[in-house]
Write a protein that binds this ligand. Structure first.
Ligand code: 5GP
Ligand code: MG
Length: 492
């Protein structure tokens, strides 16, 4: 829900895809894949294809279904291409940031779809601008494009990408076209998801496996952190280059909690299973016996079913009920610049069923609390329809700090949990009780160590070197001249 969330840094939480097919035009499969990725971005949608001679591009503001007409797809010729859906970010609806970014250089034509956020884009942009590169947007994706274009003048494709990786720092899951070659690239810590799929007549690289499913393809595997994947020209396979090796990953746990589709498989885990497991752990850690367990649709559903199942296995006398109804036409395009409008949106979006709730004690399960608008409103609404007591259980730890890596979250001032303990928050939302899930439960459910996760938003310590913030590991920030530990030299 693009609720005008203000963010401290530029954020891009987007969906990317790239395909290489044997003869068949890429535009339509890309279009279907973008539909499957629509939840990752509703601000703009675009496709860039290449027909062997020239690049074609169509990028427009709006939902996938509104951005393309039949004729647009027909004119996107070529059996290779990439696509992008962009998440609306703070206030500005700026078409210059819509993607894929495409450009033609001496070194050929480039198209880029980026999910993530560089934390040293300004530095690299300044340096490139000083050496004569002209920029048309203030986005970080254009910085990657220019750097890559420059490197392509002096090096082959793989070396050029490696050099660019040694200059950019932050999170990036990219699909790229260089003429009719399609590439996939994941940052050395694998912050944002990216996976490879096999289609009947080709290959696909995309943010989420749900986009492979809609094309009746099979998930091959995740792109590895620091790996470059190059799709063969006629959809006949792919080559892999492990360009950077780092000891620890920094997978975003929030993809599993909120952002990704439950039917996607990310870094080895089915998101639906993870959410149910998190719900089970929530019961184990802080279960409270109430008459009814209510999911906040849709994001709280899998959590609540896991929670209720674990409760019932413990012989708790709790009923799982869909007592909150969601109006699914509100949210994605509702403009909510003010807190008042945000509260109105929750009221429009969620309506309790009085008969399910009246005279009962209820546990409301949601995936996360950001500003606290949803939970505050829900407690009030449920009390209004006669709930005896309203307990809140949250399937993620308290969000105490902003995300710089591509998830659109509020700044510290707007985060209800920043600088507060759980009881203060409970009081603010006026719930009978409130519990969050522990960070350890997240790591266990994902079968990863804490050191391999990005936990910035729940600890305030980031896996990247960000100005003004602290880090939870030894990160080496790439320097402009390209000397970075962990990046193999050009010669190997
Ligand atoms: P709050 O109302 O506390 O500000 O936000 C919590 C609600 O927003 C939860 O129901 C959660 O599912 C949803 N949510 C969590 N993270 C995000 C996000 O990054 N963007 C949007 N649009 N909603 C989110
Ligand atoms: Mg929600």
């Amino acid at each position: 829900m693009p609720d005008g969330r203000h963010t401290e840094g530029p954020t891009e939480k987007c969906g990317v895809v790239g395909v290489s097919l044997d003869g068949r035009d890429a535009a339509r499969p890309l279009y279907y894949a973008l539909y499957a990725l629509q939840h990752r971005g509703q601000e703009s949608a675009g496709i860039v294809t290449h027909d062997g001679f020239q690049q074609h591009s169509h990028v427009e503001m709006g939902l996938v279904g509104d951005a393309f007409e039949e004729g647009d797809l027909d004119s996107l010729n070529g059996s290779t291409g990439i696509g992008h859906v962009r998440y609306p970010t703070a206030g500005s609806v700026d078409s210059s940031c819509a993607q894929p970014f495409s450009v033609s250089f001496k070194s050929g034509s480039l198209g880029l779809s980026h999910n993530g956020n560089l934390v040293n884009a300004d530095e690299v942009r300044t340096e490139l601008a000083e050496s004569g590169h002209a920029f048309t947007s203030d986005g970080d994706t254009e910085v990657i494009a220019h750097d890559l274009a420059r490197n392509l003048l002096e090096a082959d494709l793989v070396r050029a990408v490696k050099r660019t990786m040694s200059r950019i720092h932050g999170s990036y899951a990219l699909t790229i076209t260089h003429d009719d070659t399609v590439l996939g690239l994941r940052d050395p810590q694998g912050n944002r998801p990216l996976c490879i799929g096999k289609l009947d007549d080709g290959y696909i690289i995309t943010s989420e496996s749900a986009a492979i499913d809609v094309l009746d393809g099979d998930l091959v595997r995740d792109v590895r952190p620091g790996e470059l994947v190059v799709l063969g020209p006629d959809g006949d396979g792919f080559d892999s280059y492990q360009l950077v090796e780092q000891e620890n990953t920094a997978h975003c746990f929030f993809e599993h909690v909120y952002f990704a589709r439950p039917d996607s498989r990310i870094d080895g885990n089915l998101v639906y299973d993870v959410r149910r497991e998190l719900g089970r752990k929530l019961w184990e850690e802080s279960g409270v016996e109430t008459d009814v367990v209510l999911p906040v649709p849709d994001s709280g559903r899998a959590f609540a079913s896991g929670y209720a199942e674990a409760a019932q296995e413990d012989d708790a006398d709790v009923e799982f009920a869909e007592g909150l109804m969601k109006n699914r036409y509100v949210g994605r395009t509702f403009i909510m610049p003010t807190q008042d409008a945000r509260e109105r949106a929750v009221r429009l979006k969620l309506n309790p069923i009085r008969d399910v709730v009246e005279g009962k004690t209820v546990t409301v399960i949601d995936d996360s609390i950001v500003r606290g608008t949803t939970s505050t409103q829900l407690v009030e609404l449920l009390n209004d329809v006669g709930a005896e007591a309203v307990h809140m259980r949250i399937g993620a730890p308290a969000i105490v700090a902003p995300c710089y890596m591509g998830i659109d979250m509020a700044s510290r001032e707007e985060l209800i949990a920043a600088g507060k303990d759980t009881d203060d928050i409970r009081e603010e939302i006026d719930a009978a009780s409130l519990s969050y899930l522990s960070i350890d439960a997240i790591a266990e459910a994902l079968d990863e160590s804490r050191a391999d996760l990005c936990l910035g938003c729940v600890t305030g310590e980031y896996p990247y070197d960000i100005d003004g913030e602290s880090t939870d590991r030894d990160v080496v920030r790439p320097t402009i001249d390209g000397a970075q530990a962990g990046v193999a030299s050009d010669d190997d």
